[in-house]
Design a protein around this ligand. Structure first.
Ligand SMILES: [Cu+2]
Length: 228
């Protein structure tokens, strides 16, 4: 293969690579768009009246192979803040865990913490972790594995409009026990596997905090009520 041929082959290879990358990126963009649509689409007689939805889709059925594909092309959703809506949210209890080891690459099959093949990482000597149960740091175990935990709600920020009827479902996913207060609404315990629901009308603009008394100061959230 002479130099000219090599250059030509290289150029064709780069072009094919560029086409493949573009195709992959388009595929990812398309997946993200579908995900957003899935997250924002709301059905129901009350909500459907207030959300403007413009989704065009086509369904192609191939009788030879008995397969059906649906393609969603566009989606525009507008919220009218002058109308009161029924708003519903699912709020999970979550703890984020950072597991690591003061020794690199040690495996322990019988340890509750086990992070092999991780770079060596020592616990901070003078860490100022607030009291309240929201943060937990465990001492290194027999192979040096240690853990830092932070409790939170997911989601922890919610935005509604004044006049909306708000329904919150609190879901006990992580953490054995929580004691939660939604300001002005009520206080209730929540165990793992339980769902506790509260409903109220957001009459006044401002912030309604919700907190877990057992995991302060970081297991907190806010409902932001926008004025009409
Ligand atoms: Cu909690």
């Amino acid at each position: 293969m002479n130099t000219k041929t090599k250059t030509k082959t290289k150029t064709i290879g780069m072009a094919i690579t560029a086409i493949l990358l573009s195709t992959m990126m388009l595929g990812i963009s398309s997946q993200n768009l579908h995900y957003v649509i899935g997250q924002t689409y709301t059905s129901g007689t009350n909500v459907g009246d207030n959300y403007k939805k413009n989704v065009s889709g086509t369904t192609n059925t191939n009788t030879n192979t008995n397969t059906t594909t649906t393609t969603t092309t566009t989606a525009v959703i507008q919220i009218n803040p002058s109308k009161s809506l029924d708003r519903e949210f699912w709020i999970n209890t979550v703890h984020l865990d950072g597991m690591t080891n003061i020794n690199a690459g040690i495996k322990c099959d019988t340890c509750s913490q086990n992070t092999p093949l991780h770079p060596a990482e020592k616990p901070p000597i003078s860490s100022s972790i607030p009291n309240g149960g929201g943060f937990v740091v465990t001492a290194p175990n027999k192979v040096g594995a240690w853990d830092f935990r932070s409790f939170t709600f997911s989601p922890d920020q919610i935005v509604v409009n004044q006049g909306d009827k708000v329904t919150l479902h609190f879901i006990g996913v992580q953490g054995a026990h929580h004691l939660i207060t939604v300001d002005g609404v009520g206080t209730f315990p929540l165990l793992r596997g339980q769902i506790h629901t509260v409903s109220f009308v957001a009459n006044s603009p401002g912030i309604i905090p919700f907190t877990c008394h057992l995991h302060m100061p970081n297991m907190v959230g806010q409902i932001l009520v926008l004025p009409k």
